[in-house]
Design a protein around this ligand. Structure first.
Ligand SMILES: Nc1ncnc2c1ncn2[C@@H]1O[C@H](COP(=O)(O)OP(=O)(O)O)[C@@H](O)[C@H]1O
Ligand SMILES: [Mg+2]
Length: 377
């Protein structure tokens, strides 16, 4: 052991004023000095730490790993600042543990040998921060985020169930009542004499009104949830939606599918379908586009839906804006199904929304078709 010199005093002073727990470790991994914050944090009394191997401060299960890390540090000693996310733990004398952040720096050569109780040429200053509080807050925050996410997923699915129920009720009950009414009016017409022209005229008007109301009921029911999605599956539903969008907006639409039908489950199909709807609404509202191409492909356990327009192109700011609730909604939908949404824009060239959703590993039947929704080429 080297005799303590003037350098040791300077180090003791430095360690004393440091607002963090800190120890100095020699080349052999023995603790040469510790400040009182370190003693308190680690549960040791004054002067109990010097001379002990630094591994006593590391939980048993990490000790072998720590020895290796220490050997590589000795081979290439340099400043290693505190870094979040390393998942390090300190061990107190009583065996309890605390999450920590640790910074390392080799000490100036001429100071090192002066350390009390230390040997060798290399000395390392180890600064230890107890991050239990921060970790606990982070865990709480993560937990509440997860809860929010679950809530949002639950709300989305309740909303979808409700829309399905209302859509069916409107379609079946109102639709049937109107059809019955229309038959009654037709009966009335057949039993009216030719000379009751005013009444005949009236019943004709009634019949026409019933027809438009039936159309309206169908539209409302489809807007709530297109039956085609449940009856025919995702691909026909996407095709239908693009056709309807093209007819309504005059924007040329095209669907490119590499599968005839997806293996995605019903919830996943709803997710993909709603993402297409939101993307199309945005194209109509913001893009000033003349063409939209939707691509659907299924590979390696993932279904990818890409919606690309040739409009003005969304900006980075718009993508990152927390007020972009529609974009957030798309992301949340995908997340609730274990997937993700990526949004890209190029000024003057257009915007691409890409949704990736996990599917079970059974692959879809390959087809390689361009679906003919007003084929662009
Ligand atoms: N296809 C697109 N082309 C250009 N800009 C877009 C497109 N989609 C979205 N944006 C921009 O991103 C913003 C955020 O979209 P969104 O969250 O859906 O909000 P909203 O449609 O309610 O304005 C829009 O206001 C618009 O400025
Ligand atoms: Mg929108």
């Amino acid at each position: 052991m080297t005799k303590p010199g003037a350098g040791a005093k300077r180090f003791e002073d430095l360690l004393t004023v440091m607002p963090y727990a800190a120890v100095i470790v020699d080349q052999q991994g023995r603790i040469a000095m510790a400040n009182s914050l370190a003693e308190n944090l680690l549960g040791y009394g004054p002067n109990e730490l010097p001379g002990r191997p630094v591994e006593i401060l590391v939980p048993e299960r990490f000790r072998d790993q720590h020895l290796q890390h220490r050997a590589s540090y000795v081979a290439d000693p340099r400043l290693r600042p505190m870094a979040a996310g390393l998942d390090l733990y300190g061990r107190r004398q009583d065996g309890s543990e605390f999450p920590s952040e640790i910074a390392l720096t080799p000490l100036p050569g001429e100071w090192g040998p002066a350390c009390r109780a230390g040997t060798g040429r290399l000395f390392v200053l180890v600064v230890i921060r107890d991050i239990s509080d921060r970790k606990a807050k982070e865990d709480k925050l993560r937990h509440s985020r997860e809860q929010l996410r679950e809530l949002s997923a639950r709300l989305l699915s309740i909303r979808e169930e409700e829309r399905t129920r209302i859509s069916r009720a409107i379609h079946d009950e109102l639709g049937q009542a109107l059809t019955g009414l229309k038959m009654d009016v037709a009966w009335l017409q057949r039993h009216l004499d030719e000379d009751r022209s005013t009444l005949l005229h009236k019943t004709k008007a009634m019949s026409e009104l019933i027809d438009t109301t039936i159309q309206t009921v169908r539209r409302i029911s489809t807007e709530l949830r297109p039956a085609i999605l449940d009856d025919m599956g995702l691909v026909p539903a996407l095709e239908w939606q693009l056709q309807e969008f093209q007819a309504r907006t005059g924007i040329q639409c095209r669907l490119v599918c590499t599968v005839e039908e997806t293996t995605l489950d019903a919830d996943g199909c709803t997710t993909a379908f709603r993402i297409l709807q939101e993307a199309l609404t945005n194209v109509a509202r913001h893009a000033a586009a003349t063409q939209v191409e939707a691509q659907l492909e299924e590979t390696a356990g993932h279904l990818t839906l890409r919606v690309q327009d040739n409009g003005r192109g969304i900006t980075e700011r718009e993508i990152d804006d927390p007020q972009s609730i529609g974009l957030l909604g798309m992301r949340e939908r995908a997340l609730s199904h274990g997937g993700e949404v990526e949004i890209d824009g190029t000024a003057g060239k257009g915007t691409t929304v890409t949704a990736r959703l996990p599917v079970c590993l059974r692959t879809g039947r390959p087809l390689g078709t361009v679906r003919g929704i007003g084929r662009a080429t």
